[in-house]
Design a protein around this ligand. Structure first.
Ligand code: FMN
Length: 139
């Protein structure tokens, strides 16, 4: 499995690592990839697309790297399942719900609840991230 993420201050990266722990607990292997190291074919062989990006701008995805990456994969993801996560600071989760709608508009199936964590994942949020990983591994 492959997780592609963007993270400015490390919170979404920490989520990605915890989700990865949950996936490996279930006996599946996972690559955790910074979007700057990803190309648009990265999910070609995957049934599930796992993407993480914090709320940026005004409830949007990060615009320098992550947003262009999503645009690049948009024509290649139809029929795949998608699992979306990210950290936020003060909003109500609009950025992630809009992201989900967008992936659905590209033909993805969103079967898991979105995973959002306020700032850095700590204590119970860490377990939520691992559980999200276990659920992904069982899709
Ligand atoms: C430029 C910028 C814009 C942001 N915009 C939002 C926002 O619209 N809504 C929100 O809830 N948080 C917003 N935040 C807060 C971040 O989502 C939050 O700090 C998050 O934990 C960052 O995750 P990261 O450590 O993975 O970069 C913003 C932060 C920055 C630096």
């Amino acid at each position: 499995m492959k997780i592609v993420y963007w993270s400015g201050t490390g919170n979404t990266e920490k989520m990605a690592n915890l989700i990865g722990e949950g996936i490996t607990e279930k006996g599946k292997s996972v690559d955790i990839i910074n979007v700057s190291d990803a190309n648009s074919d990265i999910f070609n062989e995957e049934e599930i697309i796992i993407l993480g990006c914090p709320a940026m701008g005004d409830e949007v995805l990060e615009e320098g790297e992550f947003e262009p990456f999503i645009e690049e994969i948009s024509s290649k993801v139809s029929g795949k399942k998608v699992a979306l996560f990210g950290s936020y600071g003060w909003g109500d989760g609009t950025w992630l719900r809009n992201f989900e709608e967008r992936m659905i508009s590209y033909g993805c199936q969103s079967t898991l609840d979105l995973l959002m964590v306020e700032n850095e994942p700590e204590s119970s949020d860490e377990e939520k991230c691992r559980e999200f990983g276990r659920q992904i591994a069982s899709l």
